[in-house]
Ligand binder design. Structure first.
Ligand SMILES: C[S@@+](CC[C@H](N)C(=O)[O-])C[C@H]1O[C@@H](n2cnc3c(N)ncnc32)[C@H](O)[C@@H]1O
Length: 392
């Protein structure tokens, strides 16, 4: 069984021909809008940046300054509105499919709960939702990652997988590309002797990476953690449907209820860009506490700017914006965000590593490129296929 975006399994919502047509439209629109981002770069370097420079005698230095300047351009405003609309259309499209197929999916999940793959699901009724995931619908996923109606509800996980597949297609990620696949390839190349006995996948969402590790290391015991109960119900049923044993736990990555030194391979995928600097510091501290001697920790996400190249880097990720929104009461935070230049400055300040995943942030040292327009929600092409994992 393939463990990438081409995986077909019993828990995947079944599309009608109409659903497929609607999905193709959304993917086409997203691709078109991605192509239009070049226009944003052009209007920034030819219009917005020179105008700001003429007024202030310097280039914009924060995403707020860049955003405010770009927002004066009708091209950018149109692109921005369409991009937001396309993202909402994507969720609307997959939610319709899932809602129609939900009775079948719930039946399948009930049956699979006792399946023989050997995985498990442990939900915590006293769980206190972490603020990073509670306050905002990250990526506009309806209801957010914590969405749960209780009982058997698994909508959040179903949305995450189907929406993620459509999103990836819209940004040009191939159906056979996978974040875990890239890390597994990296491990085979760099650590061919690695035979982990216990693996931990942090912020597992629908469990797509967790099952990939279970498939690649069949002798290992794979554990996976997330905050969202409906995310985990879906992940568990999905893993059982794929006959891959994974133990799913509802836990906060800031306070993991595993004993010290209990894993020899600890991973996360695309988690860091969504958590606050404070949570990231806890993620690293917990990874260190749980790691056995000789083990490996790999936290994979979008590639940061090379050190010393002068690229602008926003400290922290979406989580910081969410934390800020919570403090200020704004749904869309407006406060100036702390920005540091280059990895060196960030490390020298003693802050945990943090960066913006926007490609243009990472190439901000080039004079013809905008400097730090993090409001532009574009992702690097094929970011998941070539994640550049960091090993610590
Ligand atoms: C972008 S998703 C990760 C994607 C996933 N690793 C994959 O490979 O598809 C981030 C996940 O981290 C979870 N998360 C964020 N903060 C968390 C926390 N403090 N504790 C537990 N899970 C958290 C969210 O619920 C969400 O499902």
């Amino acid at each position: 069984m393939e463990t990438n975006r081409s995986s077909q399994h019993e828990m995947l919502a079944r599309q009608t021909a109409d659903d497929r047509a609607r999905g193709q439209f959304v993917v086409g629109l997203k691709r078109q809008l991605r192509a239009m981002t070049r226009g944003n770069e052009m209007i920034y370097s030819r219009l917005a940046e020179p105008r700001f420079r003429a007024r202030h005698g310097r280039s914009p230095d924060t995403i707020e300054e860049v955003g405010a300047e770009l927002a004066q351009e009708s091209y950018y405003r149109l692109w921005s509105a369409l991009t937001r609309g396309a993202q909402e259309m994507m969720w609307d499209t997959v939610e319709r499919t899932i809602a129609r197929d939900m009775p079948r999916m719930l039946d399948a999940a009930r049956r699979l709960a006792g399946a023989a793959a050997g995985g498990s699901l442990s939900l915590d009724p006293a769980f206190v939702p972490p603020p990073d995931v509670l306050t905002a619908d990250i990526h506009c996923q309806p209801g957010g990652y914590m969405r749960s109606e209780g009982g058997d509800d698994l909508m959040a996980g179903a949305l995450y997988e189907s929406g993620g597949n459509m999103y990836s297609s819209g940004v040009g990620i191939g159906r056979r590309d996978s974040k875990a696949g890239a890390v597994i390839g990296f491990l085979a190349q760099r650590f061919p002797q690695l035979r982990p006995r216990r693996i931990l996948d942090l912020g597992c969402s629908a469990g797509s990476a967790s099952v990939a590790y279970a498939a690649s290391f069949p002798d290992a015991e794979v554990h996976a953690v997330d905050a969202g109960p409906a995310m985990l119900r879906y992940a568990h049923a999905r893993a059982e449907a794929m006959a891959l044993p994974v133990h799913f736990h509802q836990m906060d990555i800031r306070r993991l209820r595993f004993p010290d030194q209990s894993f020899d391979l600890i991973l996360s995928h695309n988690l860091m860009h969504e958590i606050s600097s404070a949570t990231m510091a806890r993620l690293f501290a917990e990874s260190h506490r749980l790691l056995r001697a000789g083990g490996l920790v790999i936290h994979q996400d979008g590639r940061p700017a090379p050190a010393g190249r002068g690229g602008i880097r926003a400290r922290g990720g979406r989580g910081d914006r969410v934390a800020e929104a919570r403090r200020t009461g704004h749904v869309v935070p407006r406060r100036r965000r702390e920005v540091s230049r280059g990895l060196g400055a960030s490390a020298a300040a003693g802050s945990p590593p943090g960066w913006c995943s926007s490609r243009r942030c990472r190439t901000a040292s080039r004079p013809s490129r905008p400097r730090g327009p993090c409001r532009i929600p574009s992702r690097p092409r094929r970011a998941h296929a070539a994640p550049g994992p960091w090993v610590c």
